[in-house]
Design a protein around this ligand. Sequence first.
Ligand code: AMP
Length: 266
Amino acid sequence: MKQFLTQDALKSYLQNKGGSIGFVPTMGALHEGHLALIKAAKAQCEQVVCSIFVNPTQFNDPSDFEKYPKTLANDIKLLTETGCDIVYTPEVDDLYPSGMKNLPHYPLGRLEELLEGAHRPGHFQGVCVVVDRLLQAVQPSHLYMGQKDFQQIAIIRKMLEITKSNVNLIECPTVRESSGLAMSSRNSRLSAEQKTQALAIFQGFNSPSAAAFESALVANGFETVDYVACCDPITLENKPWDERPCQILVAAFIGGVRLIDNQFMP
Ligand code: AMP
């Protein structure tokens, strides 16, 4: 696997390669959820590029940014074993050469006001800026993203429309531990007990009401529930709890760690 630290070096290497390019943007601390995206890209594309970059502009909470797990040596080992061709590991200056002020604004509309958008001001603008810049650097034919971040996929689809990109966005299903806990880099910040308590998220999707789901989270040690919502899977607008089909989405804090998850209810 080749590693590049700058987009110039990455671009000049890719210029001489023909064929399809599958791209998997990540923030590192890789797990099986990320590797499933790499495998999906490998099955469809001639070159697979993964980026590892903890993007400062998408963190609305400085302590979440500082505590974000970093395991680069292990990430490189996992990517090599999985058959990834190229890893791009830039520093902040490479993606933000003019600094992090006066960044472009994406008119994301209503999607940005709901759920994560309401609880993490500026988060999706930061996600759009970095993904847009990463796409310029990699110029992939296919972009792979996980349904674990359900709203993020909707936001990126909108951003691709705004920027008139013709990259193929491929959605991959959420990878879970055998217990049902959705894999997440942030899980490494949880104790064994908190990981068991966090199963209340997966178990809660079948709750009889949003209030019952929230109480079960609190009873299992979650300090704060940002939202438990039953939504239209396309628009993400709220729906009555027992209407089907719907997407149930959750965000809640346990041990100071913010976890998100979602499930399609047919
Ligand atoms: P992150 O490193 O958390 O920014 O995630 C990078 C990509 O991996 C995003 O497209 C995520 O949706 C995806 N991802 C993270 N966790 C999972 C998971 N458990 N299953 C599937 N995809 C995931």
